[in-house]
Design a protein. Structure first.
Length: 289
């Protein structure tokens, strides 16, 4: 089993250590399965690192999940993120018995007093995103405010929070550089699979001369080896962006042109698109206050 961390390691927000310890103990004792749902919803790639039977249909797998299946524990929490620990997936190259995961809290809490409401909201988002029932969360929260918000549909209006209602084009240099790099990689893969990097052709001669890792043959091997991991990571980023940002935004409906533009940007830019969206939300919230 995972060894619990006795002392939180991240208290940069000035959170009372006693209150933090009580929150960690409560979540680990009474809400381990909720923690697991939150982890999978907000960090889908964690599924590949957990000791689970991934041959099961995903719907059955999610419905059968329990926190004790992976020994999940909340080991630290700040205003901006949660740190959880789970048992590691066994494998020939896996030497650790536990693995750490970070779950961002978006937007960050303004103060520690928001933690209960935010944890309930994240649990609700996770259950909805995973197709699980959300009944009973209102009573778990112990506050009537959640019941009022529930009638508003999937998106929760939290105090009239800022909403991005348009697409934001990549900012020059870093956003564009990342997008161009990813597009270039997929272009290389298309060239390799299309037979354009073969002996006698210009691309073969160029990579044979200039590619430092095994010439043209090494270039083809590396592109083929990287394709599926890169594709899975970028699709996972799209899923995460949709669930953690756009699913809560009724101004950008799924399948619309603005939604599609964001999805394409996230696929090619990854973190840069997340940051651009979050920066705009922060800017709008600052104007509201």
């Amino acid at each position: 089993m995972a060894t619990p961390t006795n002392t939180p390691t991240n208290n940069k927000d000035g959170i009372d250590p006693t209150s933090l310890a009580r929150t960690l103990a409560h979540m680990n004792k009474d809400h381990a399965t909720d923690l697991l749902h939150i982890l999978i919803h907000f960090n889908p790639l964690a599924l590949l690192q957990l000791p689970l039977d991934l041959e099961k249909p995903i719907r059955q797998l999610v419905n059968d999940l329990r926190g004790e299946d992976v020994d999940i524990r909340l080991v630290d929490m700040s205003l901006a993120e949660m740190k959880v620990q789970t048992r590691a997936k066994e494998g020939a190259f896996q030497t650790r018995t536990t693995i750490a995961h970070t779950i961002p809290i978006h937007p960050p809490m303004k103060n520690w007093g928001e933690r209960r409401e935010r944890l309930v909201a994240m649990t609700k988002d996770a259950r909805e995103g995973l197709g699980l029932p959300v009944d009973g969360l209102d009573s778990e929260d112990g506050k009537g405010e959640k019941g009022k918000k529930k009638k508003g549909g999937k998106r929760e209006e939290k105090g009239g929070g800022a909403v991005v209602d348009t697409y934001l084009a990549p900012r020059l240099f870093w956003d564009g550089a990342v997008a161009i790099s990813v597009a270039f990689f997929f272009g290389c893969y298309a060239a390799v699979r299309g037979g354009y990097v073969e002996p006698g052709l210009w691309a073969w001669q160029f990579t044979q001369k200039w590619w430092p890792l095994g010439g043209a043959g090494g270039f083809k091997w590396l592109v083929n080896a990287m394709f599926w991991p890169v594709l899975v990571i970028h699709i996972a980023e799209m899923v995460m962006f949709e669930r953690s940002r756009l699913a809560k935004n009724d101004k950008i409906p799924m399948g619309g042109l603005t939604w599609l533009k964001w999805m394409v940007s996230v696929f090619f830019e990854g973190y840069m698109a997340f940051r651009r969206y979050d920066d705009k939300v922060a800017e709008l919230e600052k104007k509201q206050h």
